[in-house]
Design a protein around this ligand. Structure first.
Ligand SMILES: [Zn+2]
Length: 110
């Protein structure tokens, strides 16, 4: 046996905590993982270790929202508030200010 299953019991990968070995296949060991959301899921050892699997799937479901909660999202939100204020002051819609801003050079560096 060239590939001996490394014991991952108790290790944490993202939201997952490895509970026990489920099975070993040609691809490697499958581990039963407890997700922070309460769901159990199976994870392939190599997938867990490389960070390819960090949740039962709930993280992926939430990802589009989570990603935007970073500094960029907050900057964007702040910008929107400013946009609204500019728009209100000019008596135009925030969208028109937004589109005008988008055409400006350097806008991408928000
Ligand atoms: Zn989950």
């Amino acid at each position: 046996m060239s590939r001996h299953a490394i014991d991952l019991t108790g290790q944490k990968f993202g939201r997952l905590t490895v509970k026990k070995l489920h099975s070993t296949t040609a691809h490697g060991a499958w581990w039963v993982c407890q997700c922070e959301c309460g769901q159990e899921t199976l994870g392939l050892a190599s997938n867990l270790k490389c960070g390819g699997k960090k949740s039962c799937g709930c993280l992926r479901r939430e990802a589009p929202h989570c990603k935007r909660r970073g500094p960029e999202y907050l900057a964007l939100r702040q910008q929107w508030r400013t946009l609204r204020e500019i728009a209100a002051a000019c008596g135009v819609s925030p969208q028109s200010v937004y589109f005008a801003l988008k055409k400006m050079p350097g806008y991408r560096r928000v």
